[in-house]
Design a protein around this ligand. Sequence first.
Ligand code: SF4
Length: 247
Amino acid sequence: MTTAAISDQINILPEVANKVTANMSPPEIVRWAADTFGPRLIMTSSFGAESMCLIHMATRAIPDIPIVFINTGYLFPQTLLFMETMRRQYRLNILEFHTEHDPIVWLSVNGEPDPRTRRDVEACCRANKNSVFDRAMQSLAPAAWLRGIRADQSAHRSQMQTLEANRRTGSLAISPLLRWTTKDIHQYMRHHDLPYHPLWNEGYTSIGCNPETCTRPLTAGEDSRDGRWSGMDKKECGIHLDQGAGI
Ligand code: SF4
């Protein structure tokens, strides 16, 4: 497909496709995306707490769907072990993308003396997550990508549509789980006997990088993403924003 054709598609499809998929369940949306985009459909996953829910739906539709995994270099060892275990257990086609620099050296030359914290989370997310994501999407050039975000995770996400034209990647961003609640996710996980990330039992309901400024376990009464960049205005690493790191 030419760049112009993709451009036409993302101009037209979101309005039409949001109507077409409006009454579909998440597995039906995934199936529709697989039928519509075929081998030009990919997905992203952080292999976080509930990630196996969308991976299960996607691999039922396309068993070898490319699963983009962004490795910032600062992930929990439990995440890497979980990802490798799932890769083998479910024969997942995981495409792992890394930074082109050494992540430890990056800290020392960018004014970050303590690897357990970050002074400048925007600079770190930009260099170690968003630039890697952009390179991954440029090299794969998908027509559409599945992502696991949900409306109840933040005020920003509550404003999103299930299908959105993503100018940054030149593709359609599809969020099949957008209208599902945490309860819906857990019901699906239980019904299909899917494994959770090992840190989920320790209160990590949203799992990103391991610095304590970036991910901490929840305390009673907090929302699922309150443990991310706790105490800061930052709510997103940036890969789900058209403009990159920023809120
Ligand atoms: S989440 Fe934290 S450690 Fe990970 S890239 Fe962003 S600022 Fe850096």
